[in-house]
Design a protein around this ligand. Structure first.
Ligand SMILES: NC(=O)c1ccc[n+]([C@@H]2O[C@H](COP(=O)([O-])OP(=O)(O)OC[C@H]3O[C@@H](n4cnc5c(N)ncnc54)[C@H](O)[C@@H]3O)[C@@H](O)[C@H]2O)c1
Length: 261
């Protein structure tokens, strides 16, 4: 028996990277999964790989109707909704305040905060009635940037701190019916995309440079792959963590114990 046998999950941004690895692991643990993602081609490849264990909805987490449509499709297809994973997100390419003109700040702010923060708010709002029926769980993909500077630039760090605030407030507001937790991911080898208005000012590092930079920042001296994180999501979704709410598992190579030197 898997840890999520006969459960149903909605995972936003499940089309690639960490979300996709969570989709795969949830299915291995016995769950059926609905994925809300903005990329049609990624969704098609999920359908090809996972067949009837998944149902996909092409949509944008910034729109309430798309979140609502994903919840309806999940319930129509699988009969219920037990878990919501708020994972869709974009990055700011480590842009510092001094790198940005006021005009670019204005645009990039909306691009990043609308997906990373408003997307979570709307996802929860849409899923709430179904999650309440099941005494379900919500899991946020937060970040080292939810706790420390330099896990991104000003906009990404602000968005990930805001997600942590949402997580805590929602854990407070939705108890005792729904548990709300998060996984704080460290630097992970994915194709996390940079906000469109920042792309002209960003040159992506090579994968090798990225691995090196991530390794140099954490005490375990490791770069992370999406698969390193998935067991934390399974634990927080499952009944094995039934006394846990408002908490975050840091899956980041030990950023919290870097020390002073
Ligand atoms: N990769 C890292 O180093 C890292 C570190 C800490 C936190 N995170 C967080 O993990 C989460 C997943 O990121 P990833 O690294 O797997 O990147 P990714 O780009 O592989 O995955 C993000 C997914 O979200 C989808 N998406 C983007 N905008 C969307 C929108 N408006 N509506 C619906 N779907 C949308 C993308 O199509 C993609 O499938 C993000 O929230 C990110 O902030 C990543």
């Amino acid at each position: 028996m898997g840890w999520l046998q006969n459960k149903t999950a909605l995972i936003t941004g499940g089309g690639s990277g960490i979300g996709r690895a969570v989709v795969k692991r949830f299915i291995q643990e016995g769950a059926k999964v609905c994925i809300l993602d903005i990329s049609e081609s990624k969704l098609q490849s999920l359908n090809d790989e996972f067949g009837s264990d998944v149902i996909s909805v092409c949509g944008d987490v910034r729109h309430f109707e798309d979140n609502q449509r994903a919840v309806s499709v999940a319930v129509e297809t699988f009969g219920k909704l037990d878990h919501l994973v708020l994972n869709a997100g974009i990055f700011d390419g480590f842009k510092k305040l001094t790198d940005l003109s006021p005009e670019v700040i204005e645009k990039a702010y909306h691009e990043i905060l609308d997906i990373n923060v408003k997307g979570c708010l709307l996802g929860v709002k849409a899923a709430l009635p179904e999650l309440k029926k099941r005494k379900g769980t919500i899991i946020f993909s937060v970040s080292g940037a939810s706790f420390y500077p330099d896990g991104g630039g000003v906009l990404y760090t602000a968005s990930k701190h805001a997600e942590l605030g949402l997580l805590r407030q929602m854990a407070f507001e939705l108890a005792p019916d729904i548990r709300v937790n998060g996984v704080a991911l460290g630097g992970t080898i994915t194709e996390l995309s940079v906000a469109p208005s920042l792309k002209p000012y960003y040159s992506a590092p090579s994968v090798n440079d990225k691995k090196e930079s991530i390794r140099n920042r954490n005490p375990l001296k490791m770069f992370m792959e999406p698969e390193h994180h998935v067991a934390s999501y399974v634990l927080l979704a499952s009944d094995q963590s039934q006394a846990i709410t408002g908490e975050v598992i840091s899956s980041d190579g030990g950023l919290g114990v870097r020390g002073l030197s």
